[in-house]
Design a binder for this molecule. Structure first.
Ligand code: ADP
Ligand code: MG
Length: 682
């Protein structure tokens, strides 16, 4: 018979008030928290190595007795602690730098485990030393700390490995068999997954590798399965809301399409149909539109906005920056000029009087389409009849905004667009509650951008080349990481480049300067001049990173390219290659890290946004990749969102099966309650 787990971790043998408060520091409050506090690493102490036979390049654990403790201070600011151990076969030094307080841990005659790798240099001088080994005092006789694979946990000060290991061991002994098992029996059988008690024990104290893998697969699957249930429940909840039923408006749409100077690509046409169908359904659309830079998402957004306006509703288009909002405003005003709909632009720098006029227009339904930045979702904007919200370049906003938006009361359709294509399995988790449309084709006639990585020496050559292209009628961007020279950061600034180019190298050309501190009016003017070809070279910071669309520009020079992330470089490069001219991207950079070299190499090798996103994810990890620490997502303790593709797909499929069962909430009561608790936490 299973009994309730006691709530407080204080009930676990060996905990008491002092350790309970230490455990709180690592977010362990309940027995369950403790059981789910999994090791960050393991040490194989089944076979201890003998000092005499240690080799270079092996990660080893030895057990030895302290012979001598010595401390040296070869120069101010450096202290070296050397502890000499023996296991009877030979001697070995544990060496710690600038941690003099460790000295009192090691008393002559006491026994310790040390793990690490022999230092190669001292080895060559005939000494056996491990720098900064992981260490732990050994016990007399048998214990959970020797002769097996032992778990290594992340600690907090005041807590030792041994103490925490013992506490968790006690908790497992007493309580693991009472853990509720949330996975349906059928799934466990079908996939041969161990039950929860065995899995938790197996992950803390695996008998061997196989044991560990079995436990990990079960727990990772469970985590992903719960996550999928959560997002699918969210999705289903959305399907139960009353949405706006847009009527068919093919006449308006056909007329609009006929007026375009190009035809939609097959991929554009397909995603438009997906969106159109969604908009006509009685439930709110929740769709993510992915398409690499330059794949033509704007026109799709325009079609959807046109449809909502033709149905008598207001369209809302939100961009991540003022420049981009401004550009969308100009572009859509032109595209939609014959439709008679009224379009307004609302951004942070809109003046007070103007702002009031616009707000009135929105509230009184004189404005049909509102374009702006995040200010569009601030309090105090009274939309008369919002029918569709489009969020452009969503990754810049993070997932958070998406949820804030949903609380706005009405249920307009939602279309989020992103040029950061993310691997499909990842989309299933982070955007798991959205339907996905992908534009996987570029408009015809685009030749791939030629990307070249050079160092400073090539600068003049690149300038000469740029001059030639400008003579042929093209335009160029030069992007720098800084606005103005900085004491702290060794990188070139937009201001320096602008001055150098205007004063000497490109004296005769028309050069513009754009950065975050240029006033809004001036920004608009400069962009307008660049758009209309009155400026040849635009020197700027990353303010032009997303969305800017000037098809005549065919050269992108990125200064200190090593300072930019992959997604950013890809976005910047996407500013060129938007027309029919052969385009070039020059990466000027001298990376000092392997990672930096890797990034620039990837850029020269591929222009496929999917591959770049995947590389980027590998380099940075999902938390940073999404800008916000995955808000709206529970933390994953066991599963790896980047590696567990198969498990993610499986979990998705099985979660769908459950959610589609009538009254699944009653049949899987415990699961359902668990999901509700998870939702409260995110
Ligand atoms: P993104 O997906 O990066 O937002 P845009 O919507 O800005 O791309 O489109 C990039 C460029 O391609 C724009 O100049 C746009 O007018 C043009 N374009 C879009 N669709 C097509 C098409 N089907 N054929 C030709 N050009 C197109
Ligand atoms: Mg765009």
């Amino acid at each position: 018979m299973k009994k309730e787990l006691p709530k407080s971790v204080q009930f676990v043998k060996g905990v008491g008030p002092r350790y309970a408060s230490l455990l709180e520091k690592i977010n362990i409050y309940t027995v369950e928290d403790l059981l789910y506090y999994f090791p960050r690493d393991y040490q194989d102490r089944r076979k201890l190595a003998r000092i005499k036979y240690l080799n270079i390049g092996e990660l080893v654990t030895v057990e030895g007795e302290v012979l001598k403790v010595s401390e040296e201070k070869p120069r101010p600011g450096l202290s070296i602690l050397k502890v000499t151990f023996t296991d009877g076969t030979d001697v070995l030094n544990g060496v710690w730098f600038n941690q003099p307080y460790l000295k009192k841990q090691f008393k002559k005659g006491e026994r310790f485990f040390l793990s690490g790798e022999l230092n190669e240099k001292s080895w060559r001088y005939g000494k056996k030393e491990i720098y900064n080994p992981v260490y732990e005092q050994a016990d007399e006789g048998e214990s959970i700390h020797t002769g097996r694979i032992v778990p290594i946990y992340s600690l907090t000060s005041g807590m030792t490995q041994k103490r925490l290991r013992q506490i968790i061991y006690n908790a497992l002994e007493e309580y693991s068999c009472h853990m509720p098992d949330l996975l349906p029996e059928k799934l466990k059988k079908e996939y041969g997954l161990p039950d929860i008690a065995e899995s938790i024990r197996g992950l803390h104290f695996p008998e061997g590798r196989k044991d560990y893998i079995r436990a990990r697969v079960r727990l990772a699957f469970e985590e992903l399965f719960l996550l999928q249930l959560m997002v699918l429940k969210r999705k289903k909840g959305n399907l139960e809301k009353a949405g706006i039923i847009h009527r068919n408006s093919s006449e308006v749409i056909e007329k609009f399409l006929a007026g375009l100077p190009f035809r939609l690509t097959g991929a554009q046409y397909r995603v438009w149909k997906e969106i159109e169908r969604d908009m006509e359904k009685p439930v709110p659309m929740q769709r993510l539109l992915q398409g690499d830079v330059g794949s033509g998402k704007t026109i799709i957004a325009t079609l959807a906005l046109l449809k909502t306006m033709a149905n008598g509703y207001q369209g809302i288009l939100m961009a991540p920056t003022e420049i981009l909002a401004e550009q969308h405003y100009l572009k859509l005003s032109k595209l939609l000029q014959d439709t008679g709909f009224r379009i307004d632009l609302l951004i942070g720098s809109t003046g007070t009087a103007e702002r009031k006029k616009i707000l009135d227009g929105i509230a009184e339904n004189r404005t049909n389409l509102i374009i702006g930045t995040h200010t569009l979702f601030q309090e105090g904007i009274d939309y008369y009849k919002p029918g569709l919200v489009v969020i452009d370049e969503q990754h810049r906003f993070g997932v958070e905004q998406r949820f804030r938006l949903k609380e706005k009361g009405e249920n307009p359709d939602l279309l989020v667009m992103t040029a950061t294509p993310i691997p499909r399995t990842l989309a299933l988790t982070v955007y798991g509650d959205l339907d996905l449309s992908v534009i996987d084709e570029l408009p015809p006639g685009r030749s791939p951008i030629i990307t070249i990585w050079k160092n400073e020496e090539a600068r003049m050559e690149i300038y000469r080349f740029t001059r030639e292209k400008i003579a042929e009628g093209r335009q160029a961007y030069i992007v720098a990481p800084l606005i103005e020279p900085s004491e702290e950061v060794r990188a070139i600034s937009a201001l320096e480049i602008f001055e150098e180019l205007t004063e000497s190298i490109f004296q005769d050309l028309r050069i513009g300067l754009l950065h975050g501190r240029v006033s809004a009016d001036e920004k608009n003017q400069i962009m307008e001049e660049f758009r209309t070809g009155k400026i040849d070279i635009l020197v700027s910071t990353t303010v032009i990173e997303v969305g800017i669309d000037v098809p005549n520009a065919s050269i992108m020079i990125i200064e200190n390219a090593e300072r930019f992330g992959l997604a950013q470089l890809h976005q910047l490069r996407g500013r060129v290659g938007r027309g029919s001219h052969q385009s070039y991207c020059f990466l000027l950079g001298n990376p000092t890290t392997e990672e930096g070299r890797q990034r620039l190499t990837v850029m020269t090798e591929t222009s496929d946004g999917f591959r770049i996103a995947e590389e980027d994810l590998k380099i940075r990890g999902p938390g940073e990749f999404f800008g916000t620490k995955q808000s709206g997502m529970p933390d994953l303790k066991v599963a790896n969102i980047l590696k567990d593709h198969k498990l993610i797909r499986l979990a998705r499929q099985e979660a769908e099966n459950i959610i589609n069962i009538d009254q699944w909430q009653d049949i899987y009561r415990e699961l359902y309650e668990k999901i509700n608790v998870m939702e409260l936490k995110v």
